[in-house]
Design a protein around this ligand. Sequence first.
Ligand code: IMP
Ligand code: MG
Length: 174
Amino acid sequence: MNVSPLIHEEEIAEAVAQLGRRLSDEYRDRELTILGVLTGSLIFVADLMRQIEVPHQVGLLQASSYRGTATSPGRLELNLDFLPNLQGRDLLLVDDIFDTGRTITGICEKLKEQQPRSIQVAVLLWKKARTVVETVPDFTCFEIPDQFVVGYGLDYDGLYRHLPYIGVVETDTV
Ligand code: IMP
Ligand code: MG
């Protein structure tokens, strides 16, 4: 399988630093909790939190979506067991990619039950052409075309998360 580079390591670093500056302004004097969505956001969260200059808590949750058919959306399974108390907190949900948007939208609905003060969403990548939900990410590093990508946390069949750049998978089976 071939992976052809789409976004280079240096471009990612610059975009993450820029987002960190925006978020440092946005969340000054607020009660920020960053929530990373496992497993894809692992590297993005680790890099982003070091670019945010205001004090913040960090929590992790796990989301798995099972792809549905053309007519039925997939089922979303969430594991929220590792979260700190979110009541009254300003939540920033961080994920690798906003594709159809169903995963993030489902997570936001569930998090609202814990009565946070606010919820915003930051993603590294946005496949705008595939998005089917009404609400869109508040912060995006890169908009990308409708191609399957790996690297910097994103996987194909559990592999390629370790690549330091984002690349497009070239195979007949995707
Ligand atoms: P959504 O619910 O359709 O927005 O799906 C989001 C999830 O699908 C992401 O968190 C990823 O795990 C996965 N995903 C969507 N597109 C890609 C891709 O191009 N590469 C790797 N994973 C992807
Ligand atoms: Mg994911």
